[in-house]
Design a protein around this ligand. Sequence first.
Ligand code: F6P
Length: 546
Amino acid sequence: MSALTQSTTWNSLQRLAEGLDGQHMRDWFDADNTRAEQYTVDACGITLDYSKNLINSEVMSALQALAKQQQVLEKRDAMFSGGIINHTENRAVLHTALRNFSGQPVYVDGEDVMPEVLATQEKIQAFTHSIHSGEHKGYTGKALTQIVAIGIGGSFLGPKIMSEALKPYWVEGVKVHYVANVDGCHIQDVLASVDHEETLVVMSSKSFTTQETLQNTLTAKAWFLAQGGTQQDIAKHFVAVSSNIAAATEFGMDPDNIFPMWDWVGGRYSLWSAIGLPMALTMGYENYRAVLEGAFEMDQHFQHAPMEQNLPVIMALLGVWYVNFHAAQSHVLLPYYHYLRGFPAYVQQLDMESNGKSVAAADTKIDYATGPVIWGSEGTNGQHSFHQLIHQGKVLIPADFMLPLNVPNQDDTHHAMLASNCFGQTQALMQGKTYDECYADLDGKGLDKETRHALATHKTMPGNKPSNTLLFEQMDPKTLGALVALYEHKVFVQGAIWEVNSFDQWGVELGKVLGNQVLDKLVNSEAELNFDASTNQLIQRFRNAN
Ligand code: F6P
């Protein structure tokens, strides 16, 4: 048994969870008209109403005691100050340096990295301006208005989803096309939709070794040359973002067109680095910079707000409460804003690639639950599919609802309907509908007693289902930056409590290695098949079909 699950704090939380059996949130709201106010916090343009959770002041105090016991604040300070906290890769974790507007230095191996960070931001700004002004043209003299952004995972999700979320801020006439999967139909569709003379390819790969990204870039290069471009023209139409400058140069990227990134920025945290270049090209550098400024404000909040008012800490502790003391195995994100529809997918990588671990930092096996499955989609769509299970299923699924109070070009009727659904869902999840209420509703329907009883039983809604509601004045660049940083720090706090290394991702390596071995057998149809019988037959069927 681990020290964590043997600790007094852990055991008191177990007792508190048991003590909540038979209690209902509905009664807590009836008994205390200050509950909503007591469990609502504002910071960085985000309002968090966490009153519709299975908590009371005793539970919150015990959760905060757990955070203290697990030295969350000390681990936080170690991250911000460049400590080698990614111990399996012997790296610092300093994505926060990329949005550090404090004017203070940040040291890695004794060297202040801020000059290089700021120089790269200036390079992004100058390049973005040169593209938008038409100063940097294609080889036939045309402005480059079609951006093909190639990358995958953290080298794709951030720019794509953040650009989508800020569609009202896009630069007129510029269109960015994101390509990630190695499935050829995606890159072919994109290349068929653009004119090579007007196209800039941004290849993003921190390692410069990711199979999908390299293959897609080779295909884009072959397309460009087939369309009439020459090797000399590549420099005008291809740029790269990578920490592997040597490999990018060897690939044929012009050294002047390589935007650097650093080992102390993890892939899923690299949105803030030059990986964000497609965002700057989509919305202009100023808006891109505002996203960083919003994240910086959330960093300041995370570093200085007291634990009881600290949004990342609160959200992290609520997640631990459900995962470790209520057996929740997933957490659903429900953005009630069409442009934020990709946010669940972004947090999926951020959370599951960080805390989907089973070994503690002390290199010991873990005997408690860690990172949950993260999923979700835009509201109100989910109400017509998976919300049924959240309301009446047998598993507890904590939910994060999010809604901008104002949207650009607002249609008041549509927006009020969206908000009413968002609020109505959180209310239904919390209060449910009792058997007696359902039975009474069936009065006067001409049903016999037995049928009325059966139907009331099926229609009963247990309620007591937890949710957070996050409200924003509007989803502008700064608010988006703060929102992303909020979830980054929530994941950090949970990883600190669970004692996992939230910054490596060894679990994705084996699949890549085996995939390459299978690839060899697919491209060489005579090669002997020496895998397990299932993989061998799958390869054989592929060979037969091709
Ligand atoms: O999925 C593993 C991973 O390394 C992610 O962490 C990363 O964001 C993605 O692959 C892409 O890696 P790269 O930027 O090195 O191409």
